[in-house]
Design a protein around this ligand. Sequence first.
Ligand code: RIB
Ligand code: CA
Length: 311
Amino acid sequence: MRQIIIDTDPGQDDAVAIMLALASSELKVLGITTVAGNVPLELTERNALMICEAAGFPNVPVFRGNAEPLKRKLITAEHVHGKTGLDGMKLFEPTIQLQSTSAVDFIINTIRKHNSNTITLCPLGPLTNIAEALTKAPDIAARIQQIVLMGGAYFEVGNVTPTAEFNIFVDPEAAHIVFRSGVPITVLPLDVTHKVLLTDERILRIASIGNQMGREVANMASFFERFDKEKYGSNGAPLHDPTVIAYLLYPEIFSGRFINVEIETQSELTRGMTVADWWGVTDRVANAMFIGDVDSDQFFEILIERLSKLP
Ligand code: RIB
Ligand code: CA
């Protein structure tokens, strides 16, 4: 069983990723750490509690993380995710509470407490918490099994500026720290997430699972797809964050290259760009497995099969 910590800014696609992880017995979710991103922290932490409770996992500990990026002003994405961050889902006041330990201390303590190379970090939002943990406790870098994150872009370029993907754009300094940490990193960028589109047919299949979580996911999808369909003229919204969890479960449906990825932090024009040396034109040392492709039909088969295990 693979032990993971999910770091997240829910967000409808984060919610689906958390559900997929909770529904997969191959994974043990040791905790969920929240960060500001799609919406401010007081909403992402509330949303994380709500998702765990609605999915039937009230005992998964949820921790409060950073409300702001390391050095920059927070930029949010209500225009994509709605004011609540989970528009489309039937919202309620969660009865489960946040843990008293901070997200960063939970990450540090958990990695120090467990044997080396037994904990995988799964960041689904800005990398502020991960960067702070690595800075506060440099010893943990050698102990982390892997970081599998959703973020960045190369062939798909940016979704929040012409050159940057949202998670990296919000906190480029944090991303720089993570990508320079020496921890084994796998990146699920827009290049791959733009290939797992929530088409009407797939939304209908999810709605037809017949359980509450299937209905919730279909309703959330119908809300947050409107922005991407209009923007890209695509036939559905990309389901970004669940690709991280699907990669842990079935890496064989993905493909990519082990390359160098650097983060632009100086230029305001290209701030947050993941400068991915896909063609190997520099002598910069490779530091990340950069995923470029996925079998999207298999991805949705896995997602639908796992969602059917939830309430
Ligand atoms: O750019 C897509 C990413 O930004 C996803 O993680 C989405 O949830 C938002 O955080
Ligand atoms: Ca996210």
